[in-house]
Design a protein around this ligand. Structure first.
Ligand SMILES: Cc1cc2nc3c(=O)[nH]c(=O)nc-3n(C[C@H](O)[C@H](O)[C@H](O)COP(=O)(O)O)c2cc1C
Length: 155
């Protein structure tokens, strides 16, 4: 399957995780990995499945590298009705009121333009016991098989 991993980051954790997911998947799939800061609102390709990996910063805001993308999507309103994506969040439950708000905002933005979310929005908690990749690798495998079925491809 053709997959693009898009990451939104402030201090690099989401980038590191995105690259780890790429290494994990690239034996079986054709995988690109791109910072959201390098993704235009009109750059989506319906033949690819999009894995979004995004942190939360400030007071429940999108991290810096995701902000221009979010602004461009809100302004340009691309038709994303042929696009399927899944989303993984990096956050910290110490920020009780705004835990994982960044990925929530991003998912809502994609859905508002018609994109279809595959699977649940999974969140890693920096104050919890799990390593991010221990949650992210099984999540990626699961959403890829679900997407393959939805896109009529072999997983
Ligand atoms: C100043 C600051 C603000 C943060 N705000 C939030 C927040 O509102 N909600 C949340 O879930 N996590 C918050 N976090 C936690 C980060 O999302 C978490 O550390 C994540 O791993 C950072 O990933 P990144 O390096 O890819 O940006 C915050 C962290 C910092 C340092």
């Amino acid at each position: 399957m053709k997959i693009t991993i898009l990451y939104g980051t402030e201090t690099g954790n989401a980038e590191m995780l995105a690259e780890d997911i790429q290494s994990e998947l690239e034996n079986d799939h054709e995988v690109d990995c791109l910072n959201l800061s390098d993704m235009g609102a009109g750059d989506f390709d319906p033949s690819r499945f999009y894995l979004l990996v995004c942190s939360t910063y400030g007071d429940g805001e999108l991290p810096a590298s995701a902000q221009p993308f979010a602004e461009a999507v809100a302004a340009e309103k691309p038709d994303l009705s042929a696009i399927k994506f899944a989303i993984f969040g990096l956050g910290d439950s110490e920020y009780e009121e705004t835990f994982n708000f960044g990925p929530k905002t991003l998912a809502e933005l994609m859905q508002a333009q018609g994109a279809t979310q595959i699977g649940e929005r999974i969140a890693h908690d920096a104050s919890g016991p799990d390593m991010a990749e221990d949650l992210a690798f099984p999540w990626a495998e699961a959403v890829i098989s679900e997407a393959a079925e939805a896109m009529g491809e072999d997983a």
